[in-house]
Design a protein around this ligand. Sequence first.
Ligand SMILES: C[S@@+](CC[C@H](N)C(=O)[O-])C[C@H]1O[C@@H](n2cnc3c(N)ncnc32)[C@H](O)[C@@H]1O
Length: 255
Amino acid sequence: MLSKERSRSIWSERTVAWYRRANERSDYAEEFLAAIPDLLACSRTALDVGAGFGALTLPLARLMERVTAVEPSAAMAAALRAAVAGGRHGNVAVIEAAWGDAPVPPHDLVVCAHVSHLLGRGAPFLAALTHGELARRGVALVRDAPGGDDKFFFGELYPILLGRPYGKSCGFEETAEEVARLGVVPKLTTIEYHSDQPFDSLEEACDFWMEYMGLEGAEPRAYLRGFLAGRLRRENGEWIASFRKRAVVIHWAVT
Ligand SMILES: C[S@@+](CC[C@H](N)C(=O)[O-])C[C@H]1O[C@@H](n2cnc3c(N)ncnc32)[C@H](O)[C@@H]1O
């Protein structure tokens, strides 16, 4: 997962399709939901901020009476709407906007996963969660944690192909500290999940890395072809980049 949202959105029909394909074989939502049983038990409505294509929105919709998803990327919102229609989730409303740009009513449970700039120091969103009435029953935030695999091999590839180290942003401590500074003592639950990225061909895998790393030209592509041929696993006709991720769920009940 990248954090380019602020400067230019990485999300296009193609990048969203890659992300969805990885999510289809992931246990991410399962592990997330297993971390917050008490909050799920006392909530009937949920708000998912930065919902993407619905990796958490749709599983939440199966448990809640009503779910609202806030998502600014047109490509992500379109994928989410299609999934909502396809799964006949009549209880999901999609608000296509960035947080703060559209009015959002209070919900029992507020979820925000992997949207780092909403969850950093001084973020107005965190202030709204801790001081407003946005969350009536509880809050669950997700950020990356150290100890997972080198995501997309960026730790190795950035110095070679971009001439700089990959700036990882784990940041769960930053969020937990900011929430504590705002007067809430959250619970921290570490989760681990599979985040394998499958491709139909080695060339498609090269497209993926060229796109995500912002690379152009034949030379980096040739390097990637050799590198990925040695790293991707062949399985049932697919080329699979295997990753295991760790994240921290920062959660609390509203009292
Ligand atoms: C890395 S994805 C995570 C998606 C989903 N929460 C998940 O965990 O699978 C981050 C999402 O946050 C959205 N996003 C970025 N900036 C946002 C903002 N200011 N308000 C709401 N969503 C935002 C992006 O468009 C993207 O869909």
